[in-house]
Design a protein around this ligand. Structure first.
Ligand code: ASP
Length: 300
């Protein structure tokens, strides 16, 4: 049985001076998830552990270091989906929750639901999750961009993870602070099943990132998973999913995929996307800040 994990740090522009932070952050997240899978742990635990590392890292737009809305506030969305039973759970527009992915996972294990704002925060508090002052998640860098209304090219973006454990369970998770300067109340694709994530144990699992308003109408994560049919390689399916988005709407996006055989794939049409993956078929992890420009079909 192949065991596999892939993480992403968002579809975005990665400037040279931020490349190392993206590589280090994705590597640390991968190691946290891989350690769990290697000792026979579950894909749910691995996805949660990997995303918690990314949520703590201000290089990425999830929890600590998330981007601010036009009011200067941080709101977070996260969700998890379990391909073994189509279980899912998510939170949207929450404040002061240190690890939204852990709350999403608990909701998934309890009863599939998407909980929003105060209701989700109350759920998190009542179930003993770590809470903080909403402003504690705002970094100086993000505050300064907001104050100066700077048009920043290399803003942080959403994080995600997909894992396959040794029982054959596929799980996907995604966590985000939305997009910079989003209007108050805006919720993107990240915690919406089919859009920001999807997992079907018999077909594959996917986490996406990019312009939520473009990802939602093409149901990007479900589209990518559907493209795995007829044994298509996940790398080709990922590329085709991004091509579908490009043909139908305007926008930038990226996705990561694993199929039930433990094959991994990813694609993006943004300038960069930090990705790290590891499987039992590999000697060491692979880590990237962008995919080579040559499309999958032209590879030898
Ligand atoms: N998809 C996220 C959103 O629209 C943003 C991102 O992936 O960076 O909220």
């Amino acid at each position: 049985m192949t065991v596999a994990i892939i993480v992403h740090g968002g579809a975005k522009t990665i400037s040279n001076d931020k490349a190392k932070a993206n590589i280090d952050g994705c590597t640390a997240a991968l190691e946290a998830g891989w350690a769990i899978l290697q000792r026979g742990g579950s894909a749910k635990d691995a996805v949660e552990a990997a995303i918690r590392v990314l949520e703590d890292d201000p290089t990425f737009n999830a929890s600590m270091g998330a981007t601010l809305d036009t009011d200067g506030e941080v709101y977070l969305d996260a969700a998890m989906m379990d391909g073994s039973n189509l279980g899912w759970g998510g939170v949207v527009a929450v404040q002061g929750v240190s690890h939204p992915i852990s709350v999403a996972r608990k909701i998934m294990d309890d009863k599939p639901r998407l909980l929003a704002s105060e209701g989700a925060e109350r759920y998190a508090r009542e179930h003993g999750f770590e809470m903080c002052k909403p402003s504690n998640l705002i970094t100086l860098e993000q505050r300064q961009h907001w104050e100066k209304e700077e048009a920043v090219l290399d803003r942080p973006a959403t994080v995600g993870c997909v894992a396959l454990d040794d029982s054959g369970t596929l799980v996907a998770g995604t966590s985000t602070g939305g997009v910079a300067n989003q209007p108050p109340g805006r919720v993107g694709d990240s915690a919406i099943v089919g859009c920001g994530l999807y997992a079907d144990g018999k077909v594959g699992a996917c986490s996406t990132t990019g312009d939520g308003e473009s990802i939602i109408p093409v149901v990007l994560a479900k589209t990518a998973v559907d493209l795995l049919a007829q044994d298509r390689h996940p790398d080709e399916a990922a590329q085709m999913a991004i091509e579908t988005l490009k043909q139908k709407v305007t926008g930038e996006a990226g996705c990561i995929l694993i199929d039930p055989q433990g094959r991994v794939g990813w694609a993006h049409n943004s300038q960069g996307m930090a990705v790290a993956y590891m499987t039992t078929e590999m000697d060491k992890p692979e880590v990237f800040t962008r995919k080579e420009s040559k499309p999958y079909s032209q590879k030898d």
